[in-house]
Design a protein around this ligand. Structure first.
Ligand code: SAM
Length: 305
């Protein structure tokens, strides 16, 4: 029997994944082949053109992974890796898989950090795999980056990613709504992709519904904004006057989140931004100068005679 070839295996994988309802069957088939063969996707496509042979052991491994993917196990759980801006992160059960739209949120935080001047202090609240915090440490030279995560399992992934990538981030285990007492009023940029799905709005995709941790998904109120607003309130405490909050949200929250932030009186300019698909995705808010704890006088003048 002649050996399997890359093109035939990928074509079969594509058919299987299409039948299973996978949204990106071609990209997933090529990524799984790349993972099994130890190549990058471009090299896989070149070998498809050349109809390069594949040894039986690799062909069997690829068919098994495609079968798992067809049961809607996330692609990134099968390969153990997720691409995020310039980084490749390790991911798996117990941690939220970073999404492409969050790369836009991270990019807005990077721009805010660059604009903050030399040696900015940056905080990622709800860090998950560490994706945003590690991207900040990678892309903002001279910055000091902190991150916090509530779930011990996710925290362990973030620490492992930090150590493997060799990036300098202080990754803490804790609650973002009370974290960093040591950083009150001194942070230049707070970024967060908090859980924001409205309670009861169970995601349709099995990859999300059955594999992302619940604590990573639901915003703990009917509108999904309870956790995001509690996180934003903490951000307001941590930021220096004029500091910037960058917060991701659901596309349906593009007006409600900015409106809720404006209503607190803690924020000056509040603007919303679109993701690459043109959907409302990220709110950027500048901490007001008036009413900021750091703007209060340290001691009040004595009144009276
Ligand atoms: C949507 S995921 C985002 C993870 C990561 N920032 C990303 O963009 O890939 C939200 C994360 O927030 C964490 N989380 C939920 N509530 C939290 C809280 N009160 N304090 C800290 N982390 C929290 C979840 O465990 C999860 O890792």
């Amino acid at each position: 029997m002649s050996p399997a070839t890359v093109d035939a295996l990928v074509a079969q994988a594509r058919r299987t994944l299409t039948t299973a309802g996978i949204a990106s069957p071609d990209a997933d088939a090529v990524e799984l082949a790349a993972f099994v063969l130890g190549l990058d996707p471009g090299e896989v496509r070149l070998r498809m053109v050349l109809r390069a042979p594949v040894v039986e052991r690799d062909a069997t491994r690829l068919r098994d992974l495609v079968a798992d993917r067809a049961t809607r196990v996330p692609l990134q759980h099968l390969t153990g890796r997720a691409y995020f801006r310039r980084l490749t992160l390790a991911v798996g059960p117990g941690v939220f898989v970073p999404r492409p739209e969050t790369e836009v949120t991270a990019g807005l935080a990077v721009e805010a950090a660059w604009a903050a001047g030399p040696a900015p202090v940056l905080v990622d609240l709800c860090t998950g795999s560490g994706a945003i915090a590690l991207a900040l440490a990678d892309e903002v030279p001279g910055s000091t980056v902190y991150a916090v995560e509530l779930s011990p399992a996710a925290h362990a992934w973030a620490v492992a990613n930090r150590d493997r990538l060799g990036l300098d981030v202080d990754v803490r285990l804790g609650d973002a709504t009370t974290a960093f007492d040591d950083l009150v009023g001194v942070v230049d940029v707070v970024v967060s992709n908090p859980p924001y799905i409205p309670d009861g709005a169970v995601p349709l995709d099995p990859e999300v519904r059955d594999h992302d941790p619940e604590v990573a998904l639901y915003g703990r109120s009917a509108d999904g904004l309870a956790v995001p607003l509690a996180v934003a309130a903490r951000a307001a405490r941590l930021l220096r006057p004029g500091g910037v909050l960058v917060m991701e949200h659901a596309d349906a929250q593009g007006e409600t989140l900015p409106a809720a932030l404006r209503a607190t009186g803690e924020w000056g300019v509040v603007l919303d931004h679109l993701d690459l698909a043109g959907r409302p995705r990220t709110t950027v808010a500048r901490r007001a100068l008036v009413g900021h704890p750091a703007a209060e006088p340290v001691s009040r003048p004595t009144l009276g005679p």
